[in-house]
Design a protein around this ligand. Structure first.
Ligand code: AFP
Length: 367
């Protein structure tokens, strides 16, 4: 697109101001927070783009503060840097009561020299970071929650319980994707809009307004190396996709796996598809791989706002009541009809149950 043709595009600031006009009594704190988050994402985009030249690739050395995060995963230098950038860019403005992140065991308290506000920011500063060293797309995911009136008025320190809100209570959610272009994809509860970073202006421009996910799809994403640990409904769904035209779906499917959820979510927002990181039996201590508060919920809100669906496999993700800050959960999202099919497979009795005498011909629970 020639430069002159871009002048009609709204900037993120303009978009937020226009959205705010729907709420004449709004203070502007929310817009200021989103702009601070966007600035953090621009800074992370720069660090990611410099790669080896920035001296920030590789693992975070143990002598610089340890390299295992609360998840028991190896932290990359860029994980630590991105976490720091999110904190520094957003803590000072008086919009936040506290923060939580994949990289921090406990909630982050706003330092005493800064005013406290009415929002909570929850984020994964660099999702897919094991892809950094091989120059594959990574991203940041964030979710904005409101605090109770009691916290707003008292300004007290936040605790884990303050963050344990269902996904349906999110005020906003989004991600930045650090790919061939840097994009910010955002919902403030009225659809989903995509902004592309114009590196010349340093501004996010509204290039993808009102994103909608096609209801049907023939593309799925799953880490197939875990197949022996999958539960029966997931096995059935994937088997049917693989059988393609020769199976019950009567159409061929395509498969993708980037191992960077933000990038998969973006592909699905652009052209449909379904992503599964289901609960499995690989590690009985972990009910899923991905985290509810800063991965599943924000992606869930984006999907639902774009006409797609997000689920645990059994029930809508946004209805789940969190029980801990770093809780893991099975996650399925994408094109509505595919996700609903997977939920249906979970709801139907499994073949093993059908062999049970209770479900046999003329038995009590025959379906
Ligand atoms: P990292 O941030 O540790 O790379 O994890 C990425 C992620 O949380 C998510 O973005 C991917 O979909 C998923 O994990 C990949 O998991 P596998 O390594 O099991 O494929």
């Amino acid at each position: 697109m020639p430069l002159t043709n871009r002048t009609h595009l709204s900037t993120l600031t303009q978009f937020l101001i226009e959205e705010r006009r729907r709420f004449p009594s709004a203070s502007g704190d929310f817009n200021a927070l989103i702009l601070d988050v966007a600035l953090a994402c621009k800074a992370i985009a720069r660090a990611v783009a410099l790669g080896e030249l920035g001296g920030t690739l590789g693992d975070h050395a143990a002598d610089e503060g340890g390299n295992i995060n609360v998840q028991g995963e190896t932290q990359k230098k860029l994980d630590v840097l991105s976490n720091e950038v999110f904190i520094r860019r957003t803590e000072w403005a008086g919009n936040l009561a506290g923060m939580a992140s994949e990289e921090m065991d406990l909630p982050y308290q706003i330092p005493p020299q800064y005013p406290r506000g009415k929002y909570l920011l929850v984020f994964d500063p660099l999702d897919g970071s094991s892809n950094i060293d091989v120059n594959v797309s990574v991203g940041s995911i964030f979710s904005v929650l409101r605090v109770s009136k009691e916290i707003e008025e008292s300004g007290r320190d936040v605790c884990e319980a303050d963050f344990l809100q269902s996904g349906a209570q999110q005020v906003a959610a989004g991600y930045a994707l650090y790919g061939p272009t840097t994009m910010l994809v955002l919902t403030v509860g009225d659809g989903v809009n995509g902004f592309t970073l114009d590196p010349n202006l340093g501004e996010f421009m509204l290039t993808h307004p009102r994103l909608r996910i096609p209801e049907d799809s023939h593309e799925f994403a799953i880490n197939a190396s875990n197949s022996r640990f999958w539960e029966a409904p997931v096995k059935r769904y994937v088997d049917e996709c693989l059988a393609g035209r020769t199976g019950p779906r009567d159409k061929d499917f395509n498969m993708r796996w980037i191992a960077s959820m933000v990038a998969e979510a973006h592909r699905i927002l652009m052209r449909g598809g379904v992503f599964l990181y289901p609960r499995d039996t690989k590690d009985p201590a972990k009910p899923g791989r991905l985290r509810l508060l800063y991965e599943a919920n924000p992606v869930g809100m984006l999907m639902e706002q774009a006409g797609g669906r997000a689920s645990t496999g059994e029930r809508p993700m946004l209805g789940v009541q969190p029980t801990s800050l770093h809780q893991r959960i099975g996650l399925v999202f994408g094109s509505r009809n595919e996700v609903e099919r997977i939920e249906r497979y979970h709801a139907e009795p499994q073949r093993s149950e059908l062999c049970n005498p209770l479900f046999a011909e003329r038995s009590l629970f025959r379906v």
